[in-house]
Structure formats: structure tokens, C-alpha cells
Design a protein around this ligand. Structure first.
Ligand code: CP
Ligand code: NVA
Length: 292
């Protein structure tokens, strides 16, 4: 069985907890000694590229950063043939893609484990860092309430899958048309509302993300209008009992979050950003067969 991570739902509670534990061990070992990790990016990145490169080095491996134009994933060469080529040199193939299906096709073509570095539907590496952050700050995951305010997007879906598996309570507040379909909300076991105040009630963490994700530029005005009442600001935070603020970054300050919240004493966004490296290390160690 290949240890692909295309979605958080690919991992059961044993796998998720193993990755979180591998992420925080003092000596990460060198499971990638002498091995390569391919990092294919169809979209820009600051945190994912840097955290994945450094995590690879910390595990003894060598990262190769590959820009969109270089491999032409699905254009210059089919997704399957790109994966087969990269599998000749690398022990993990990681990709950030516009269309999630490309990852599935790559994973189906090779035995080498494939890692999703963000797709239109999922962002599992972000969710791993988010779960570690909640575990560190709350001391547990079990029964902790997290409120997601805004667009129920790729980051939200992966977080929701992790919360469902590890017993975190997630409430999602989104305007009409920007929440999960009810069948998916049922699958994820989450409560959805249109009211941010209702979601925030009793939450120990308030999480938001940009209103316009990469690739959605044509919808910018419609999204800004629809999501205008979903800003995380001091008024919303004041409805909580001193909750922590979470954001995957990059943030559009002044849109989905104010400077006062981003830079405030309960902002955990830089801890999340740092945890991206630790959980990338944990995820890749697990993909190399550790933590069984
Ligand atoms: N949070 C995140 O994935 O950031 P980047 O897009 O900068 O990698
Ligand atoms: N939802 C955002 C996350 C960026 C890390 C996007 O897909 O652009």
C-alpha cells in the first residue's frame, strides 16, 4: 500500500496522530537520507515551498523545486508521465495543483507516495499544522470547539476532515452559496450557519481564510460582496472567551481579518506558519514508513 496523502480523509485517527507525534519528536531521524523529494508547483507559495524544502533537508533528503512551466503538468506531458518520470529520481512526489484530479492521476500511475501541497478542493498539509497548533494551545483536541468564518474552501475542507477524525467540534459560518453542500456537511459532522456570532459562541479558536482563493480572481467582486459581513475583527473576537485566532496565510488584511486581530496577543498565525515545517516533516516521515 502506498502512503499517499491527497486528502486528510486518506488518514485514519491512527495515521493522523502518528503524523502529529512524528512532527514533534526531538530527533526526526534521516528517513530521506540520500533521497529526493519533488516539489511541483502550479500555483505560487511562500509557506509550503519553504516548509517542505526545510523539512526535506531536516530528514536528510534533497528537495527539487519545480515550477509550473518546467514540467507542464498535463500540458507538456500527461500527469501520469510526469509522475512516472519523477518517480525515477524521487522518494516522494509532492504537487500543488489547480485541479485535484491531477493528483489522483499521478498517484494512480506510480508506487511512489504522492503528497498534496494544495488543490482546489483540499489542503491537507495546512490541516496537519492547524491540528498541531490547536493541540499545543488547548492541550488536547478532544471536544475543543473551532469556528470557521467565511468561505468553506479547500483549507476548511481539510480542517473539517481532521476535526471529524480527531473529535474536534467545528462550526462553519458562511453566506449562502459559500458553505458546504448539506450532504458534505453531514459527512463531516459539522454544524453550518449563516451567522458568525452563532459559530463563534463557545469557540476556543476562530479561523478564517481569504475570500478569493488562488484561481478565483474572476469572482473577486462577487466574493467581496457576499463575504463582507464575515470579517474577523475585534467585535467578533469579543463574542468569545478570549479565543485564539487562526489563519493559514497569506492574509488580505482589511478584508477577511483586521490588523488588530492578526497582530493581537491571541493571534496564533505565526505558530501555525512554523508548524507547517514540523508537520511537513512528520507527514514525510510517515510517508517513508515511520510511525506504523
Ligand atoms: N498556507 C499556505 O499554504 O501558504 P502558501 O500558499 O504561501 O504556501
Ligand atoms: N484558500 C487559499 C489557501 C492558500 C494557502 C487558496 O487556495 O488560495
Amino acid at each position: 500500500m502506498t502512503r499517499d496523502i491527497l486528502t486528510i480523509a486518506d488518514l485514519d485517527s491512527g495515521g493522523l496522530n502518528a503524523i502529529l507525534d512524528l512532527s514533534t519528536r526531538a530527533d526526526p531521524g534521516r528517513p530521506l537520507a540520500g533521497k529526493g523529494v519533488a516539489l511541483v508547483f502550479q500555483k505560487p507559495s511562500a509557506r509550503t515551498r519553504n516548509s517542505m524544502e526545510m523539512a526535506t533537508v531536516q530528514l536528510g533528503g534533497h528537495p527539487v523545486y519545480i515550477q509550473k512551466e518546467e514540467v507542464g503538468l498535463g500540458t507538456r506531458e500527461s500527469a501520469e508521465d510526469v509522475a512516472r518520470t519523477l518517480a525515477c529520481y524521487h522518494s516522494i512526489i509532492a504537487a500543488r495543483v489547480a485541479d485535484h484530479e491531477l493528483l489522483e492521476r499521478m498517484a494512480a500511475a506510480v508506487e511512489t507516495p504522492v503528497l498534496n501541497m494544495l488543490s482546489d478542493s483540499d489542503h491537507p498539509l495546512q490541516a496537519l499544522a492547524d491540528l498541531l497548533t490547536v493541540r499545543q494551545l488547548a492541550g488536547t483536541l478532544d471536544g475543543v470547539k473551532v469556528a470557521w468564518i467565511g468561505d468553506a474552501n479547500n483549507v476548511c475542507r481539510s480542517l473539517a476532515e481532521g476535526c471529524a477524525t480527531l473529535g474536534v467540534e467545528l462550526a462553519v459560518a458562511s453566506p449562502e452559496g459559500y458553505g458546504f453542500a448539506s450532504v458534505e456537511a453531514d459527512r463531516l459532522g459539522i454544524g453550518q450557519t449563516a451567522d458568525p456570532a452563532e459559530a463563534a459562541k463557545g469557540a476556543r479558536f476562530i479561523y478564517t481564510d481569504v475570500w478569493v482563493s488562488m484561481g478565483q480572481d474572476a469572482e473577486t467582486e462577487a466574493r467581496r460582496t457576499a463575504l463582507a459581513d464575515y470579517q474577523v475583527n475585534a467585535s467578533l473576537m469579543a463574542l468569545t472567551d478570549d479565543a485564539w485566532f487562526l489563519h493559514c496565510l497569506p492574509a488580505r488584511r482589511g478584508e477577511e481579518v483586521t490588523d488588530a486581530v492578526m497582530d493581537g496577543p491571541k493571534s496564533a498565525v505565526w505558530r501555525q506558519a512554523e508548524n507547517r515545517m514540523h508537520t511537513a516533516r512528520g507527514a514525510m516521515a510517515w510517508m517513508m514508513g515511520e510511525g506504523i
